[in-house]
Design a binder for this molecule. Structure first.
Ligand code: B12
Ligand code: SF4
Length: 450
């Protein structure tokens, strides 16, 4: 049996391997099913060209990965696949939360909700007949969007699944547009060492996707993956993309010790945002010793009422402490802020910008809130996802949660970026860490955002 797994192409500021389909591929291969991976984003090919490859491969079924941002491209890809009568299966965070709409719009045969490895395999083993496999839906067993959904059986032991199919993803081909504003060396390898997050931030889809079922890979297994990426594919830097790499202190310290013991000798960073409350001096010291040059933290707002409103479960003091520790150990610290959170006013935005500027942060992003299917905010305000509205995501406010107009929020975003970055201290601090290539990349991205 042969399965083709696809990531569609769509405008994106960053190019990171699609680990989700990489893991599904590895799991299927482990169970004797052949896979072909097509990354339209990396190869800069449109859906028609992807279809040509599918036709050439003539698989038994096609799987497409779906985030909200790429929904329209996924729907279009699925139509092309169905025109040629292949079985089409869609999975990923977006379709997990809006499976009915995805099935109707895309005409796909199945949507698989939750982590896809086990259910995809069960479905393939069952010749694509869904005899009650958990998390697998079509229009026969899903009648409307309000029907209660069961997620697929998750992988309880993350070491049970092999590394993502790096032999098919070709990690060294992901050059240019790395995640995060800076990097030291390329090519960069991306690693996820855990799944899930126990927090409750109301704007985020993660708590509901993983249902707080947090699982960790063995650190020895993570080291093995770092070595494989370095020695087999020539990867020269690692970015960890866990929801919160520092969730378990003893584990992350052990990871740092093993990075040193195994002479990994690659710079590394945590791009996704650590939770400040989990960051302490032992961790930051261990990070530094093991080669970490950058970590980011999800700050969201410097106003404590807003932090309470979004159930951030940490204080400005926790955030300041994490930033100061990074500064003490000369690690570049980035902060992620979000504008238009519930309770936002002119004053709270000013508080966030002033905080960013007064703090020892070296990098900062100021995103406008988007309302993600799967997040608590989405259900709280009974938001309806509109696929024709996607082009405004992250550039215009979707719903005014506070007391500001859309124009005021957009203006504040631009001002924040300019006020933060147009300071000699920031430029000066970034320079020693950057070579010409990253500097060019940094300015290009900044200009694009502004
Ligand atoms: C790394 C990452 C990125 C990377 C790479 C994204 C990518 N396309 O792979 C970068 C930095 C580029 C990025 C960008 C963005 N991201 Co991002 N990102 C992540 C992060 C931290 C990890 C993703 C990952 O690799 N997970 C590991 C794999 C194993 O999980 P997975 O991809 O979900 O795959 C599993 C299942 O979803 C399912 N599955 C996936 N595909 C398929 C396909 C089939 C056929 C089947 C059956 C199953 C299946 O099975 C997989 C294995 O279990 C997640 C948070 C998270 N914890 O997942 C956010 C997350 C995916 N990102 C998110 C967002 C919002 C964004 C941006 C819009 C942010 C922005 N402001 O621009 C952009 C959109 C980029 C784009 N155009 O696609 C949201 C998505 C929410 C949503 N409803 O779509 C997430 C969930 C975080 C959140 N805030 O809730 N992101
Ligand atoms: S924003 Fe970060 S800490 Fe909050 S729930 Fe999402 S992944 Fe967890």
């Amino acid at each position: 049996m042969k399965i083709v797994l696809i990531r569609t192409n769509a405008p994106s500021l960053q190019l990171v391997p699609p680990l989700g389909i990489g893991y599904i591929s590895a799991y299927l291969n482990k169970h004797g099913i052949e896979t072909v991976l097509i990354d339209g984003l990396r190869d800069k090919i449109n859906n028609k060209k992807i279809l040509d490859i599918v036709l050439k491969e003539n698989p038994d079924a096609v799987g497409i990965t779906c985030l909200t941002a790429v929904y329209n491209e996924v729907v279009d890809m699925s139509h092309l696949i169905k025109q040629h009568n292949f079985i089409c299966i869609i999975g990923g965070v977006h379709s997990t939360f809006l499976p009915y709409q995805t099935l109707v719009d895309s005409k796909a045969d199945f949507v698989i909700c939750g982590e896809g490895e086990k259910s995809f395999y069960e479905l393939a083993k069952n010749n694509f007949i869904n005899n009650g496999i958990k998390g697998v839906y079509n229009l026969d067993n899903l009648k409307n969007e309000s029907q209660k959904i069961e997620f697929s059986e998750p992988l309880l032991d993350l070491d049970e699944v092999p590394f993502p199919s790096w032999d098919k993803l070709l990690p060294h081909k992901y050059v240019g547009k790395p995640a995060g504003l800076i990097y030291k060396k390329t090519p960069i390898g991306y690693i996820m060492t855990s799944r899930g997050c126990p927090s409750n931030c109301t704007f985020c889809a993660s708590p509901y996707f993983y249902k707080k079922n947090v699982r960790f890979r063995n650190v020895e297994n993570v080291i093995e993956e770092m070595l494989e990426l370095r020695d087999r594919y020539g990867i020269r830097e690692i970015k960890f993309i866990d929801d919160n790499l520092v969730l378990r202190k003893s584990r992350v310290i052990k990871l740092c010790e093993l990075i040193i013991k195994n002479k990994i000798n690659m710079p590394w960073a945590c791009t996704s945002g650590l939770k400040a409350i989990c960051v302490d001096e032992d961790i930051v010291r261990a990070f530094k010793e093991a080669g970490c040059y950058n970590f980011n933290i999800g700050i969201e707002s410097a106003n404590s009422q807003i932090l309470d409103n979004i159930k951030k479960q940490e204080t400005i003091d926790h955030i300041t402490n994490a930033i100061n520790l990074a500064d003490k150990y000369k690690i570049i610290c980035g902060g992620f802020f979000i504008f238009d959170l519930p309770g936002e006013t002119k004053e709270t935005i000013k508080e966030s910008i002033d905080f960013a500027i007064k703090s020892k942060l070296t990098l900062a992003t100021f995103n406008i809130l988007d309302i993600l299917p799967g997040s608590k905010l989405y259900t709280d305000i009974n938001w309806k996802f509109n696929r024709y509205d996607l082009k405004y995501s992250y550039s215009q406010p979707r719903y005014l949660f506070g007391k500001l107009t859309a124009k005021e929020i957009e203006k504040a975003q631009k001002q924040a970026l300019l006020r933060f970055y147009l300071r000699p201290r920031i430029m000066f601090k970034l320079l020693p860490y950057m070579k010409l290539e990253p500097i060019k990349y940094f300015f290009k991205r900044l200009l694009k955002i502004v």
